[in-house]
Design a protein. Structure first.
Length: 159
């Protein structure tokens, strides 16, 4: 196997977490596993995240509903990771069969998360194969000693 170019190896050194994005309610609820998430503001508090193009149902719900939740996957929680890794077709409830709660703003999230953020969509940018979206944090909570799952990729051009 050929060695990866330097810039690809360098990109793999950027640490990222593992998150679950939830949006919508009832039959229209959707979710996605995300790894490109970052706090980007203090006043107001804000986070950015990237969604791969082609996730039309999820992106449509984000644009329509405008409110969403980002749940932080706890370190080593392979069950949560596995549940959300495959993705979900429209009409399939991504939270069926797993413990979940509804946030103060009416957005469901998995209760096994070590933290969650309730957000209101501020905007999006279309620069690459992923859309970059930004949300103002309007609520959320964290466990007493949250330990998020942090990982480094082996290849800076793949998840």
């Amino acid at each position: 196997m050929a060695e990866l170019p330097g810039h690809v190896r360098a990109l793999a050194c950027i640490p990222s977490g593992l998150f679950v994005l939830t949006v919508g309610s009832g039959a229209e609820r959707s979710a996605a596993l995300l790894s490109f998430v970052q706090q980007v503001g203090f006043d107001p508090p804000a986070v950015s995240f990237a969604v791969k193009k082609g996730r039309d149902h999820l992106l449509g719900l984000l644009r329509t509903e405008r409110r969403f939740c980002l749940a932080v996957i706890p370190e080593g929680d392979k069950a949560m990771l596995g549940h959300f890794a495959a993705g979900f077709a429209p009409g399939i409830d991504p939270l069926a069969g797993i413990p979940h709660a509804t946030s103060s703003h009416g957005i469901a999230y998995p209760t096994a998360a070590c933290a969650h953020f309730e957000c209101e969509l501020l905007g999006e940018a279309d620069w690459t194969d992923h859309l970059v979206l930004c949300g103002k944090v309007i609520g959320g909570d964290a466990g007493p000693e949250p330990r998020p799952w942090v990982h480094l990729r082996k290849n800076g051009l793949r998840y």
